[in-house]
Design a protein around this ligand. Structure first.
Ligand code: ZN
Length: 318
């Protein structure tokens, strides 16, 4: 297997490439759906889009021969160079608690102008930040915590907010290892800065857990590691229904090529093992899957297809 060690273009370049494709402009924001309601037994689930991130295509499989990667993108009707990655967060209501799972990227990154919409979209969905009792963070990458650092957000959250994150994740960011990632220029520093700022600003609200924690009835956060040492998924179960929010354990390409390394993975081999284990389990349980970077609204199922997996999009339910 030949490794692709070419450096990535900047995200500003990526955004310009995508924008250039919309020669007649983008559709107006009100024409693009940004929230999707779903139920898991008695648990209310709302997938909310924070927007999209324009990122280098090579990041989705940086251990793969570029020609093989280009062929996959072609097969998927995706552009060869730059992809728009969905950025999904989830709001869950169970047992009188309102739980925000991940928080989008926030407003600190002018080169990623098509994301950072979570606060306004929560408001549009009638969810007041002051009603959120718990935040669960799958990990401390800036596209999952940035929304908590946006201007005015902390002030609107309740003082008794509980923020659940794996103890191993908080510990990792004291001295993070970026030696195995493959990111656009500037990303490692921006990620370090965001995680540090988050840990400072939310220190008193943190509720670290070791392996798993039941945040509310049927809402279990469970540490997987891999993507980052404290990466966690959220398992929902109620009345025989199940759904897992997989955070960054699964990307679009991960069904067909679970062994392709994503550029954001700090331990890519372990991330691939976590991915395969989780996809096998979801296929066996026949439960629903939602993941951060799967196309909105991302509610889908997983099927086994020989040695790999198949993505089965869920029907719209309303
Ligand atoms: Zn992410």
């Amino acid at each position: 297997m030949s490794l692709d060690n070419t450096s990535h273009p900047s995200v500003k370049y990526c955004a310009d490439v995508v924008n250039a494709k919309y020669i007649h402009g983008r559709p107006g924001p009100e024409l693009v759906p940004s929230r999707y309601a779903h139920r898991v037994g008695e648990i209310d689930v709302l997938v909310v889009s924070d927007g999209v991130l324009s990122l280098p295509g090579a990041m989705l499989g940086h251990n793969v021969d570029p020609a093989v990667r280009a062929a996959w993108l072609e097969d998927m009707f995706l552009p060869p160079d730059v992809l728009e990655w969905a950025l999904n967060a989830v709001v869950v209501r169970s047992g009188g608690r309102t739980i925000l799972i991940d928080a989008g990227i926030g407003m600190e990154f002018p080169d990623l102008p098509r994301a950072g919409k979570l606060a306004q979209r929560l408001q549009a969905a009638g969810i007041d930040l002051a009603s959120v009792t718990d935040v669960v963070l799958t990990h401390l990458h800036m596209d999952h915590i940035g929304g908590l650092l946006a201007d005015g957000v902390k002030e609107r959250l309740r003082p008794d907010l509980r923020v659940h994150v794996a103890a191993a994740e908080a510990e990792f960011w004291e001295s993070p290892d970026f030696s195995r990632v493959s990111m656009p220029p500037g990303f490692p520093d921006a990620l370090r800065r965001a995680a540090k700022r988050f840990l400072n600003e939310y220190h008193s609200q943190l509720r670290p857990f070791e392996t798993e924690y039941e945040v509310a009835p049927g809402v279990l956060v469970h540490r997987t590691g891999g993507h980052t040492p404290g990466h966690s998924v959220v398992r929902l179960a109620s009345g025989g229904d199940r759904l897992t929010f997989a955070g960054d354990a699964v990307f679009q390409v991960g069904f067909e090529h679970p062994d392709w390394y994503n550029g954001f993975e700090h331990d890519p081999e372990e991330a691939a093992r976590v991915r395969v284990r989780l996809l096998r389990e979801l296929a066996a349980n026949r439960e629903s899957l939602v993941a951060t970077h799967l196309s909105f609204p991302s509610v889908c199922h997983v099927a086994v297809d020989g040695d790999v997996f198949r993505w089965v999009p869920g029907p719209w339910e309303y």
